[in-house]
Design a protein around this ligand. Sequence first.
Ligand code: C2E
Ligand code: CA
Ligand code: CA
Length: 737
Amino acid sequence: MSGIIGKITGASWRQEAKQAPLCPIKETDLARRVELLDSFEQAGLGWFWATDAFGRIIYLSENAIAKLGWNKDDLIGRALTDLFLPEQDEDGVSQSERPLKFLLSARNSITQLDVRLAVEGAEIWWEIAGKPQFDKKGEFNGYRGSAKDITATRENQRNSERLSQYDSLTGLANRHRMSKRLGSTLAAYRNAKRSCALMMLDLDRFKQVNDTLGHPAGDELLKQVAGRLGQIIGKRGEIGRLGGDEFQVMLPDIDDRGILGDLASRVIQMVSQPYSINGARAIIGTSVGIAVAPYDGVNTEELVKAADLALYSAKASGRGQFRFYSSALKDGAKHRRNMEEDLRDALHRDELSMAYQPIVDARTHKVACFEALMRWEHPERGPVSPAEFIPIAEDCGLIKKIGNWALETACCEAQSWPVELRVAINVSAVQFANDDFSLTVKRALKKSGIAPHRVELEITESIFMGDDERTQRMFKELKALGVRLALDDFGTGYSSLSYLRKAPFDKIKIDQSFVRGSCEPGNNNAAIISSIVSLADALGMETVAEGVETKDELALVTKRQATHMQGAIFSFAIKHEQVMEKLASGDLLYEPRGPERYRAGRRREFRRIGLIHGNYRYNVVLRNLSKSGAMIEGLMDVPLDTEVVLDLGDGQLAVAVVKRTEGYSQGLEFETPLISDGYEGLCTRHRVSPYQIEAAGKPLAALPADAYAALLDKGAKPDSLPQFREIPVAGFQAKVA
Ligand code: C2E
Ligand code: CA
Ligand code: CA
């Protein structure tokens, strides 16, 4: 029997086992069992360890001691836990060593516990198991256990984990890891009331590189992009490639949109520098969308969606730009649908009206004509710009109805003006393309009784994109009615001189974009204005310079000899009653009034905002906005130096001081300048935090459009009375162009 066991070492044992009778080792055959364990130890398959009742090592396999590089005498008698390093979580952050210590002190069994050891600076891993031992009397006298080296297995595991979490091409985090990291970060930050920004990037023209230089070049380009992103972002955040040419950057603890905007600009600038790929040169660009938690989204899904929307909008408005998420982007399509529905009701709800902007003779400044501009006072939104609702009306087929109404209303109102005054009415290309358009005009003329030569139809170059024969026929029919035709927004569209020859225009309107900034140095708009004027002169047409705002622009278009002028410097569009008042006064002259020169960066605005003063929130109308200040209307006699807070919506509160005050109009200066929103707009660096709203007793959610109201207690009354007289917005609506 003993001979057989003794032979279980060589290669011959299988054969012999087949022939010899089977003799199992008895439980009591201690020597044989020890022999077995010895060979197990020596083969390095595993080791054994034992501790005394105080947790001190009393045995460890020789092999293991050798591997650890310890001296046996030093080792015996040490606490078992001294062998191991503290545990770590995934990111290398130390946790407590509680599990092993805890198990030992509770005298629990240990099964498959991974522990870490340092051997000559290198990290190795053991998996250990052990059982507490008790003597006959039930006294605890230590552990007996086993261990094995699992470093290689763990390494493999880590590598495959890495592969599943990182993009093999660029080495950046992949979509899976980004979403996991974002999820855990947002969840943790929520409790700590911290913020986290997310940038979404999409390369512009990447496809072209791929198509022309080939896929390997495309891959190389992506690697270089990843490298550049890494340089800019550094330790500030984590960069991921979501696939294709889409990247994402997570930026913990940044909510200052000034910093984010600067960072995005640098990203765009760096990515747009030329690349050298195997000797070939490639140039791409990138668009960036930015959203910040918890402002724009509380969880991963919301935040990613917000950043995506911002990216989409950045891409849509030209490439190489960044854009912050704003509530206006949300449900863009839904918003449009709502507007469409509301617009259907606008007519019979009497929400539409016509306003009239004088077009004056360039030499005398005497009004020659009024341009009829449609106004829509939305019951909730307030004034909506025709630049927004006319395209909607065109898309949904409402333009015909609304356009007819405008035509009839303008003809009827203008009919009562002195006979030398004309009315100019805007006609969209969609209206013009209707075969019965001339019939509609005829009806409006008849209904109002106005003389046809007093009516001017403003059409844009886009009508020439349609059926040429039809267009010519329509011109003929309109001319036969005796109305005049003006070519609107000249220079912005297809601007072909052949149109001018073919079409019987009486007037060309030089688009505002040529007038604005025409006095800035290095700008060739003045030359363009001159050539349009001489062209029109040669064809016997009048010219109107549109959008004249400043004294220097006025001087310029006067010098360049446009026959007529229109713009804020004379007057914005006014209500019909005001036209009648002006006409009744017999004074048909318009005094130019406005700033000396064009100021870049001052944007004309046209929206209702809030003004907070002494805990009272007033409704005012924002007329223009620049980084440093704003012009508002709607409050009477606000004293100079009054400190106010402008509520610009979306939780943007800006502290400002009144620097100029005149009747119901005030010029304000911001305490902290606004910053660019990446496009044409401006925004505040900081916003009301959703955490503040949460502290006011509401559930944590992304910022509502009316964040300021959410911040206040619902039922709470303003604790002070208004100090300033609010002019009802509708009261000066007509002054608003
Ligand atoms: P448009 O025909 O080019 O009208 C001129 C626009 O420029 C008007 O904007 C006018 O208020 C604005 N404007 C005039 N002077 C100045 C100035 O000095 N500075 C600045 N910044 N703006 C000035 P509005 O009223 O918002 O109209 C926008 C567009 O909506 C119009 O552009 C026109 O295309 C369309 N629209 C307006 N009313 C009607 C309408 O009754 N029917 C149709 N089909 N379209 C209309
Ligand atoms: Ca017009
Ligand atoms: Ca125009």
